[in-house]
Structure formats: structure tokens, C-alpha cells
Design a protein around this ligand. Sequence first.
Ligand code: NAG
Ligand code: NAG
Ligand code: NAG
Ligand code: NAG
Ligand code: NAG
Ligand code: NAG
Length: 735
Amino acid sequence: MILAGFVFASLLLSQGNAFVTRSWDESYRLANNVIAQMTLDEKLGIVIGTGQLNSARRCVGDTKAIPRLGIPSICMQDGPAGMRLVKNVTAYPTGVNAASTFSRRLMRARGVAIGEEFRAKGAHIFLGPGLDVMRNPKGGRGWESFGPDPYLNGEGAYETIVGVQSVGVQACAKHLLGNNQEHWRYGLSSNMDDRTTHEIYFYPFLRSIEADVTSVMCAYNRFNGTSSCHNENLIGPNGLMQKAGFKGYVISDWGATHDGAAENANNGLDMEQPGDNIVIGGGVFAGGLRRALSSGEVSQDRLNQMVARILAPWYHLGQDSGFPETNFDAQRRDGTGPRNLGVNVRSAAHTAINKEIVSASSVLLKNARVTNSAGQSTRGLPLTRGVAKTVAIIGQDAKMPKLDCNELGECNEGTMVVGWGSGSTLLDHVVPPVDALTAHIGNTATITTSLTMDQNNAANAARGKDVAFVFANAMSGELGFYNVVHGNMGDRNDLALWWKGGSMIERVAAVCNNTIVVIHSVGPVILNWSDHPNITAIIYAGAPGEQTGPGLVDVLYGLYNPSGRLPFSIADNEAAYGTEIVYNSLGFPDINHTEKLLLDYRNMDDKNITPRFEFGFGLSYTTFAYSGLSVSAGANGAYSLTFSLRNSGSFDGTEKPQLYLGYPASAGEPKMVLRGFEEVDVTVGQTKSVTVTLDRRGMSIWDTPSQSYVRPSGTFTVYIGASIKDIRLTGTIVV
Ligand SMILES: *[C@@H]1O[C@H](CO)[C@@H](O)[C@H](O)[C@H]1NC(C)=O
Ligand SMILES: *[C@@H]1O[C@H](CO)[C@@H](O)[C@H](O)[C@H]1NC(C)=O
Ligand SMILES: *[C@@H]1O[C@H](CO)[C@@H](O)[C@H](O)[C@H]1NC(C)=O
Ligand SMILES: *[C@@H]1O[C@H](CO)[C@@H](O)[C@H](O)[C@H]1NC(C)=O
Ligand SMILES: *[C@@H]1O[C@H](CO)[C@@H](O)[C@H](O)[C@H]1NC(C)=O
Ligand SMILES: *[C@@H]1O[C@H](CO)[C@@H](O)[C@H](O)[C@H]1NC(C)=O
């Protein structure tokens, strides 16, 4: 399994490297040459989207073509988990599932595969990755990004962007900045101090720039009181993006622009999308940029710079030559109409990488395994096909979702594979758990199903069965022109499983002593029944995309040894997270990030709260022994941490060793922060040497007076562990 996935990923990557790119200097030279030949109208057509209400619009957003200069309409399409609104594409695992893999290899491979589908459909810009750090677990769009840890978000950002852009598709890091909740998002102000900005929320954007990202999307919300899309501190000539070396352009979130054209153009906005006023905002450039240019409020030089920033990436990634024509119509999501050419961009390789990520992002939270004399499980996991003679499959989350329902947030029916809103995809190829399980079990057992949330039916189906699989979920999504789903307006109302899923699980466990629970969720959920003695295994499967069933079956039946790790903590109550969603407000609220650096595990450590399942946790069917940590100084202030990892159990497996750093007390950092992780395949009895690198920035703090990362002096503690609470090796570094 592990090897097969590796081969696929390498194939994808080697294809990816075949695309020619030009240097930024050369790309800007080409852009400026063509700009010199453009009329004012042509320039305006590049910086202003063609309009949400324009029937000519083909993609979620596009620009006006200039045929005489060979410049096409630049097509941009959502979103972070694959192509939105389009048939014959793959519905990828979400960002938070990519984070659960703790695998840069899979994050990269996912990016490459997504990029290949965008390219083949003729979409120039992938509107992702989502980099909104999960400040509160109920935040509606948290699943689009990589969880509450900035380092993990940064690695997710880096690998996704390198992957997508390696096949000649532009990525768009979003949303700058502090877009952490859905309620009031069109005007709330995310207020935070400089150090929190740099160390938490801006950090993934810094990693995006290091990945050579070609565009960034400014957020709906205000930042420190000023609209993100004309916030000079974020996107202005001396703002955070420019200071960090950003070479590309700033696109507004759809309708996120406010105030005057000059205010936006002069403070850093390069492209307005979708172009017109869409009630919540927008239409600022369309309404006033021409006038601001003629009055001199916006200079011709600035307009030329805006156009150059948009076109240089197009040259940089070689999109000027051999890029497929746009062959879909995002206004016809049923796939009909003359502009939907029905190009099928799915492939066996993409399906395989999806299935592997489903397995690799499944987190085994509990496994009370009992075996028979043949070494097969009679309770717990992994199962052997044919041992259980009676099987129950329970819960509406096991069955086929209502197709095409997530996009508009109409429902949470059937298995939850992605949240709702613009980060969703059409789900026309989902293989639900019940189908994959039924196919795998075949005629080796009698299967009883209860695919609703009716608790009496659930208990009747489960009573006395050799094994009962119970599925439950929790969902969230984007606020917008979307419905309120089961009373949740984007953000979740609470951390409970939906449809009383927790009670249903307890009803099943009361009558079946081999209850195996599968949770599909967009983020942390209350799992306070997890110690129930009849619950022999729990898998947290996240929001895993279309290959949900097959990827899960591989884990349940031991064809894939689980190696997923929680990218957040699961506590018993919301208070443990130390942040709030503001639901009720008289007008747009100020959201003061007074918790500063203390998100998720950092807060729990600070308050001595022990979560039920901690950050970085996940079981395997085997065990790993760690030994012999040595620390050695390398070049540029970096340190190499080397240790041995032995597979001490009886299954081949993959460990995800994690590096946490403890700073000198004077640094004012949380007790422990994630600073590294590795993916190590180890066969039974094998020992491997593992090295994790800690670089100088990883040991630094953001120093406001000097506006730079500075490494404090003193004694650092390095912790190598299987999770933040399962530290196996400790060392010190004195600087
Ligand atoms: C945001 O406001 C805080 C408080 O006034 C200030 O310390 C910080 O520097 C501001 N951030 C930016 C990026 O301007
Ligand atoms: C999907 O792809 C198939 C070919 O595999 C094609 O026949 C069909 O028309 C396509 N449908 C859409 C809506 O793109
Ligand atoms: C579990 O239940 C089955 C059938 O109800 C019973 O045969 C078996 O002895 C029980 N096992 C345990 C460990 O309780
Ligand atoms: C466990 O399941 C058995 C049925 O196999 C049941 O008799 C017992 O009461 C259950 N235990 C608990 C704690 O619910
Ligand atoms: C779990 O929490 C819910 C909601 O607070 C509560 O109703 C239930 O009794 C708890 N269950 C357990 C086993 O603690
Ligand atoms: C946020 O901080 C500002 C400035 O310190 C303060 O005036 C305001 O009352 C705070 N708002 C909330 C909701 O705490």
C-alpha cells in the first residue's frame, strides 16, 4: 500500500517538473512589453473581473481577453479541495485531512493532482490553498485549511502551492488576514498584535511566498479596523506581503471591496473580483477606477504595475504557451450547455492518490483489540474478512450523500466528505462507506443496515452482532448566499455530533460488544463516550473526499496500517480551546485576539487542561520504539536532531515522529510548539535512523521593534514524540 502510493506520487511529480517556467525578471519584462501595446480599456479589462451577473462569465471569476495580443480570459476557479461546480473532476480530501496525514509527500501529491485537473479543464488559477488558521474549532471554513497550528498550516501551504504550480497552474493563498469565523465576516474586524500576526496568522502566507505563490486573496473582514482589500499594512508597498518578497498580485475575495477605487488601487489591490457590486460589496474598480485614473488619484504607473503583477505570473508559469482552452461553464453546474465540453479530467492515478490520502488521514483514536488463536481480531481492528459472521452498518453518514447538495448548503444527508460553500465540490463520484464495506465483505457475513439516525432502529440492527460499524458526523461551511443548515449559519453552533450522533453511538454500544465508531467531521467534536468498554475502536476520518469508502475499508481491514495524526486537540468542552465565535452583535464586531499565541494545544498546556485526544495523536496497528537522540549544530544556526526508530510490533507501518520545541522562559512562547514532523515507513523489526532539522527561524520569535525573527538566547528543550503528550526523547540546545 505504502509503496504503491509512493510510486504514484513520484510519477505525478516527475510529470510536474516537465513544465517550463521563466524567471520573474524575464516574466515582468514580457508583461511590460505587452502592456506597452495595450489601450486603457484593455488594461481595465485585466484588473476588473467580467462580472458575477455577466452571462459571458465562464469561470467563478475571469478577466477580459485581448485576442489581438494573444491574451486569453484568465480563468479562476474554487477551491481548496478540487474544482468546484464542474463535473468529471475529482472531489479531493479537504485541507484539514491533508494536515491529518502529517505527510509532506501526500500534501504535495494532492497539490499536483488538483493542479493537473485545473490545467486540463483550462482553469489558470486554483483559488487555494485555504490558510485560515483554525482559531476556534467551530469556525465554518476551518476544514478548508490545515488546522490550528501555524507550522502545520505553513507546511500545508508550501507543499500544496509547489504541487499545484509545478504543473503550470497558479495558486492563490487565501484569505489575508484573520478570516476566522463566518458570522459577521463581511465587516468584522480581526484585531491582533504584531507578534500574533506574524507567528500565527501570517506565517502560512510567509511560507506561501517561499513556495513562490503567484497570487493572494484579501479577505472579507477588516484587519485592525481597515478593509483587508485596501489595508496598506497587509498589501501596501510596505505591507507584510511586499516585505516578505511577494512577486505576484492581490485578488479581492468576491465582493470584499469597499470604499473608493483610489483607496483600493493605491493600497495594494491589483484585481477586483467578480467585478460588479454583489450586494455585500464590490464594484469599486468598475465604478470608479477610470475616473480615478483621469483625475490622477491613481497613476498610470500604478495601473501598469497592477496589470504587470497579473500578467507576469502567467508568463512565469508558462501559461502563455500550450495551456488548454477553458472547456467548462461554471454557470451550468449540471454540466450542460454549449460551453461545457465534457472533458473528463479524472484518472486512475488521481483516484489512487485520493484513496491513499483517505487512508493516511484516518486517525485511529482507540483500539481495544482482542485476537483469536489464529491471531485474527475478534474485537477491535484490524478486521479479517470472514471472521465476523454478522455485521451491522449504522448511521446516515454511511450512505451516499444527496448529490450536488453541499454547494448551496442545502443539507447534511448521507456521508460527510466535504463542508458546504465555495470550498465544496460536486459529489458525483463518491463511493460511500456502506458500498465499500458491502463490496469488501461480500458473502462472508450477513449484513444488517440502518442508514438513518433513528436510535431504536440502530439498536435493533446492532444487537448481538459480531461487529457493528456506527457512523456519525458534524459539518460546517461558508456563510453567504447559502442556507442555514440544521440551524448552523456557516460556523457550527456547538461541538456536538449532528442528529444526536453521540446518543446513537451509546445506544449501539449498549447492545453490541464490538462497536466500531467512524466519525466524519470538519474539526474537533465531543467524543465523551470514547471510554465505553463495548466501543472497541474509533476512527476519526475527517472530511475525506470522494474515495471515503474504499480508503476507510483499507484501514478497517488492515490493508493500510493507519498513520493519520490529529491536526488539532479533541477536548471534552469548548472552553478548553480558549476562543469564542461571536454570534450576536449590534453591527460588525471587533474580534480582539487577546488569546495571542495560545490556540488549541498551546492554550490547553497553558491552562493545564488534558484533552481527551491530543494534538498529533493517532494509533497504528504496530508499535514504534524511539532511542538515542543526538543533537548536532549545522550551517546557518540550524540543528539536526537524529534518533533511531524501530518497528517493535507485528505490522509494517508508518510513523509520524514530531518535533516540539520548548523555548527559554524569557522568550514568552507557549510551553511546546510544533516545529517539525517526518513520515517514516518501517517494516517489522526494522530500525531506521531519522533526522529532523530545526532551522534558525524555527527557534526564533517575532521581534516587533526590529520587525524580524530573532533567536532568543538561553536553553531550548527539544522534544521528539509520537504526539504532544507522548514524548519519547528529550534534548537541550543552549545558545
Ligand atoms: C494591528 O494593531 C495592533 C494594535 O494597535 C498593532 O500593534 C499592530 O502592529 C497592528 N498590525 C499591523 C500589521 O499593522
Ligand atoms: C463526462 O465525461 C464523459 C467521458 O468520460 C463524457 O461522456 C461526459 O459527457 C462528461 N460529462 C460532463 C458533464 O462533463
Ligand atoms: C460479546 O457478545 C457476544 C454475542 O453477544 C458474546 O458471544 C461474547 O461472549 C461477548 N464477548 C465479550 C468479550 O463480552
Ligand atoms: C456491552 O454489550 C453487551 C452485549 O454484548 C451488553 O450486555 C452490555 O451491557 C454492554 N455493556 C455496556 C457497558 O453497555
Ligand atoms: C457527553 O456529553 C453530553 C452533552 O453534554 C451528555 O449529554 C452526555 O451525557 C455525555 N456522555 C458521557 C458518557 O459523558
Ligand atoms: C477590542 O479592543 C479595543 C481596543 O483595545 C477596545 O476598545 C474594544 O472595546 C475591544 N472590543 C472587544 C469586543 O473586546
